[in-house]
Design a protein around this ligand. Structure first.
Ligand SMILES: Nc1ncnc2c1ncn2[C@@H]1O[C@H](COP(=O)(O)OP(=O)(O)OP(=O)(O)O)[C@@H](O)[C@H]1O
Length: 459
């Protein structure tokens, strides 16, 4: 840390502080994230994982890793400083002035390029949200915060139940189904919607309302002035069945919106994208480096076994692995919070169930839960770590709005109010089948995790 001089503390996350520093030798500014290292060795993988994953992601739209070091019980990750701040702050600055279509497409195309890059490396971000997407001073998008990311193993990818930031979480997570690359696609759909409207797609005043809206994929349509391709894309990104959502690769290459997006990608990003896909398969040398970085076998197995099933088309032919078990006792904080919200009472969970099954007055086809939703939701809510939701959303159980998102307006924003009336061309927006790209990894096999494992077994 003595190589840097502290400029200021720019923020505090759930794991520690983010500092703006200046390198004494080069005078360049960087961000150093200080993460408290847990005393318990078995919990070391989370902070380390962020450093390792960030160090392996080299892409013009991903925050550049500089170095990581441990000092005084802290893991310090030095990375590029994005002086434009995060996208959430940028949206809040807009107040009610909408972004131009050009801005939306330019930024979203870069986010897609970054997300495609990480998916090609078999990494899932798992906490994609506007607060984790940064801007440089020249307006380039940089995807950051890999603290929740996980590495997939192509041959041993198991389900891992996970709750990210509630407003951005895909329906399958609430339904206790595996997280997969399409869950990241859903979250990025939320960011796209925010860029288009400066609002969350699933505005809610309670957990129950939020979860219902997410699980139904019910969001107000985009305003008419936006290109229909964006409306069409969102409709697909918000498909409640992850298999029906397009992959990042298909969004950028073979989707109705691809042409628009690619026209807004800087040529450098386009080249990186092509090159990235060709080199998605990491070499043996690369695997060795990852193994060295990961250091401990325990870390590898944890990361690996927390992965999820991506080869949906071939899943039957594989041995299912053990599912990660939740801790036997839910966290006190979560229980306390739940106890004070309307959602925890069995009555209100009962009505959740009711409303999902009866769908009164709704003639449209909706996805129905095949399991009992109250049980599933209750268990997820009781046992999931909601720390990320606490760090991002104001949760005020006693107040009028127990779950207020950062884009909610203090007044005049009725999250559960009537949806704006926008004429839709239903036929044009009807999504095609996207079966062909649920399996995008097959085309570009990425077996570096196997190499890492092989490497470790040799030691
Ligand atoms: N590379 C960066 N460049 C500029 N600002 C950054 C960078 N990384 C983080 N920040 C800012 O620092 C603050 C803290 O970020 P950090 O990722 O530590 O936590 P968080 O995202 O606020 O919370 P959590 O990680 O719990 O979700 C945020 O305001 C974020 O916008």
């Amino acid at each position: 840390m003595e190589r840097y001089s502290l400029q200021k503390v720019i923020g505090e996350g759930s794991f520690g502080r983010a500092l703006l520093v200046r390198c004494k030798s080069s005078q360049e500014k960087y961000v150093v994230k200080e993460i408290q290292l847990p005393k318990n060795n078995s919990k070391l993988e989370n902070p380390r994982r962020e450093a390792i994953l960030l160090s392996k992601m080299k892409h013009p739209n991903i925050v550049t890793f500089r170095e990581a070091f441990e000092a005084d019980g802290l893991l310090c990750i030095a990375m590029e400083f994005c002086s434009g701040g995060d996208l959430l702050q940028r949206m809040q600055q807009q107040k009610t002035t909408q972004f131009s279509v050009d801005h939306i497409l330019r930024w979203f195309a870069q986010m897609c390029a970054a997300a495609q890059h990480i998916h090609d490396k078999r990494v899932l971000h798992r906490d994609l949200k506007s607060k984790n997407i940064f801007l440089t001073d020249n307006g380039t998008i940089k995807l950051g915060d890999f603290g929740s990311a996980c590495i997939l193993n192509s041959s041993k990818a198991y389900a891992n139940t996970y709750v990210g930031t509630p407003y951005y979480v895909a329906p399958e997570i609430w339904d206790n189904k595996p997280y997969n690359n399409k869950s990241d696609v859903w979250s990025l759909g939320c960011v796209l919607y925010e860029l288009c409207t400066l609002r969350h797609p699933f505005q809610a005043s309670s957990w129950k309302s939020l979860i219902l809206k997410v699980c139904r994929g019910a969001y107000p349509p985009l305003p008419n002035h936006l290109p229909y391709e964006l409306q069409y894309l969102l409709k697909q990104m918000f498909k409640t069945n992850p298999k029906d959502r397009p992959s990042m690769h298909s969004i950028l290459t073979s989707h109705r919106v691809s042409k628009l997006l690619r026209a807004h990608l800087p040529s450098q990003a386009l080249e990186t994208q092509e090159q990235g896909r060709r080199t998605a398969r990491w070499k043996r040398e690369e695997g060795k480096k990852v193994a060295n970085l990961l250091g401990e076998k325990r870390l590898i197995t944890t990361s690996t076994f927390e992965g999820v099933e991506l080869h949906e088309a071939h899943s039957e032919s594989r041995e299912p692995g053990p599912r990660k078990q939740w801790a036997a006792v839910p966290s006190d904080t979560v229980l306390q919070m739940l106890a004070n919200t309307s959602l925890v009472s069995s009555d209100s969970m009962g009505s959740t169930c009711q409303s999902l099954r009866e769908e009164p007055g709704d003639s449209r086809q909706r996805r129905r839960w095949d399991k009992d939703p109250p049980e599933t939701l209750l268990s997820v809510l009781e046992k999931a770590q909601l720390s990320r939701a606490f760090s991002t959303f104001l949760i005020n159980p006693g107040g009028e709005d127990p779950l207020v998102g950062p884009l909610s307006q203090p007044r005049g924003d009725h999250p559960d109010g009537p949806e704006p009336e926008v004429a839709l061309d239903e036929e044009r927006l009807q999504p095609r089948s996207d079966d062909e790209d649920t399996d995008f990894e097959e085309e570009y096999p990425c077996d570096w995790m196997e190499e890492v494992e092989k490497m470790l077994s040799e030691h």
